[in-house]
Design a protein around this ligand. Structure first.
Ligand code: C5P
Length: 239
């Protein structure tokens, strides 16, 4: 698989036109664009339709986290939109993830829709060990907590998890090599970490076995995003 097939570009912008301009401009560099809270809240489901019209796939990053009934209905709605991938918080618990998975397979079978990949968010890449313990109140280590949440996602039938590049090997060891790991917190060597705590370069993340790398500011906030993508490509392809 070429590295560009593993790249997901985060459309973290505030309006539909800006997002569609980016899709158009960077279309040769990825097949999947991520629609998160900011864009979905301003542009609504229509943005997903517009991206599809341009022949591109959508990772709907709305991180559902609610009671099982609510999440399973939101998940069915996401599946009906034809998204390639969407996510839920694993900390919503086993029952929430399981009901989500069941409702999506039900609706996909009934309406003959392609099954989206359902991904569980483990510990946000903006948190570190101290914040997880001191603020969120989790007493065991971040790595163990990610491992625990990833195992729960496997049991509930999810396709993979979102985690930092630092936890790829422990997840693959524990959950199997086919269990997908989607990694944000990706920063080329020449960009600042911003609010991300557990970061790695695109090359490091891919080398550790990431199935997908999600990149926003490391591309979109560069003076010339295409030049940034070419530099990243060069960095990845040189041994
Ligand atoms: O700009 P940057 O590359 O840090 O953007 C990362 C993207 O990945 C953001 O859209 C953020 O919402 C998303 N994300 C994340 N951590 C997660 C899940 C999604 O940073 N655990």
């Amino acid at each position: 698989m070429r590295w560009k097939e593993k790249l997901i570009i985060a459309l973290d912008v505030s309006d539909a036109q800006k997002a569609l301009d980016i899709v158009e401009r960077l279309s040769d560099y990825t097949a999947v664009f991520k629609v998160g809270f900011e864009l979905f809240t301003t542009a609504g489901p229509k943005i997903v339709e517009e991206i599809h019209k341009k022949g591109k796939e959508v990772f709907l990053d709305l991180k559902f986290h609610d009671i099982p009934n609510t999440v399973s209905k939101a998940a069915a709605a996401a599946a009906k939109m034809g998204v390639y991938m969407f996510n839920v918080h694993t900390s919503g618990g086993f029952e929430m993830m399981k009901r989500c998975r069941d409702s999506v397979s039900g609706i996909c079978a009934k309406d003959n829709i392609r099954m989206p990949k359902i991904i569980g968010v483990t510990v946000l890449t903006s948190l570190n060990n101290e914040a997880l313990k001191g603020e969120v109140g989790i007493q065991h280590s971040l790595r163990n907590h990610v491992k625990h949440l990833a195992s729960l996602a496997v049991k509930a039938g999810l396709d993979g998890v979102v985690a930092s590049p630092h936890e790829i090997s422990i997840i693959k060891q524990h959950c199997g090599k086919d269990f997908l790991v989607v990694t944000p917190g990706i920063r080329p060597s020449w960009t600042p970490p911003d609010d991300q705590q557990r970061t790695a370069t695109p090359k490091e993340a891919l080398k550790k076995g990431a199935d997908y790398i999600v990149m926003g500011r490391g591309i979109l906030q560069q003076e010339d995003p295409i030049k940034a993508l070419e530099l990243i490509s060069l960095e990845i392809l040189t041994a």
